[in-house]
Write a protein that binds this ligand. Sequence first.
Ligand SMILES: C[S@@+](CC[C@H](N)C(=O)[O-])C[C@H]1O[C@@H](n2cnc3c(N)ncnc32)[C@H](O)[C@@H]1O
Length: 255
Amino acid sequence: MPETTTTLSPRALLERWDAQQAAYVAHRESRFQAMLDVLRLHLPARFHALDLACGPGSLTDRILRAFPGARVTAVDYDPVLLRIAGEALGEHGQRVTVVDTDLVRPDWAAPLAGEKIDAVVSSTALHWLSPLQLLQVYTALADLMPAGAVFLNADHLRYAPQQTALKALSERHDAEVRRAAFEAGSDTWDEWFALATAQPGMAPLVIERELRFAERPPQPLAPLHFHLSALRTAGFTEAGTVWQYLDDHVVFARR
Ligand SMILES: C[S@@+](CC[C@H](N)C(=O)[O-])C[C@H]1O[C@@H](n2cnc3c(N)ncnc32)[C@H](O)[C@@H]1O
């Protein structure tokens, strides 16, 4: 008997992505809420945000729902996730633009030159960049963002090996959260990808995805102090943390 795959709408895939990601990020909604609070308190009602490595669109969707006057440019390099984001976010009409962008390319920001960008956000993604690539991205952002614009990055910024107790606490907590989420029925990362890539029309995008990410091994992880120093070095006026749970942080910077 051939295996059958459930056909899901892009919105249903996004919802299952959210449940899957919550297994790996303990307080993901609280982290998003902290980012939305900063945007609400810092920006005027109408603003343009750039979502770096948007995946299927979780953070972009939350910004567009929370702020009727917002517009978001959402960028990613994974053709499967870009397809889902483009379709799942379609209900927001012209308030969202989904763009195929490789953040590792030195000229990734060139198409955005001349755009007024009030906020740059990212979640669970910039750990894919090496420390050098991060500094390059922050430098490109500093060129792109006008004075007063804000940057918010939510990500696990792992403790150093010598922080043995903190590291052990974080790892035990991560394991507990994953176990509870999977027992409650959420997909693992592999299960979600198997489901997404089996959807009608995805086959060529899966091949393209494999080609694009073939030579992208995990990068050395940049600690919190590296992010803060790199942002200041790149030209941001202030940098600090606005939310933290164990090793999970939301880093803030103001241009
Ligand atoms: C764990 S997902 C997070 C997606 C989304 N921000 C969220 O929080 O649900 C990491 C994302 O980083 C993207 N990514 C990795 N390397 C990238 C690159 N060089 N350029 C753009 N996006 C990249 C992946 O394609 C993926 O969508």
